[in-house]
Design a protein around this ligand. Sequence first.
Ligand SMILES: [Zn+2]
Length: 131
Amino acid sequence: MRRTRRTGTAPEMAVRRALHRRGLRYLVDVAPPGTNKRRRVDVLLRGARIALFVDGCFWHSCPEHGQLPKANREWWRVKLHGVVVRDRDTDVQLTAAGWRVVRVWEHEDPDDVADRVLALVTALPAKPPPG
Ligand SMILES: [Zn+2]
């Protein structure tokens, strides 16, 4: 049986490895402080305040691969729409809490994803010197 919330899927692991190879460090499957504890972020880059989600094509209704199962079609339509609605609400909540939300599809090339995240991180203004 497919579950709605999985952590450490193969595509997510590939993205995490690609980030790690670029020297990026992150937390996995956590809710940032001050946000809904039930909306966990796949990959959290704390310093850069980036919340990265690797969305599964089926559950998150990828425009290329998201297909409704033939059986119980209407039930699935409602169910999967609910996932998308919740995703958007999670984005709003995280953005309000000062996080930059980055969503990628599980079908995307993990190195491309990691390059995009790295570009975001390096585009940040330099931290002021200590003291
Ligand atoms: Zn897809």
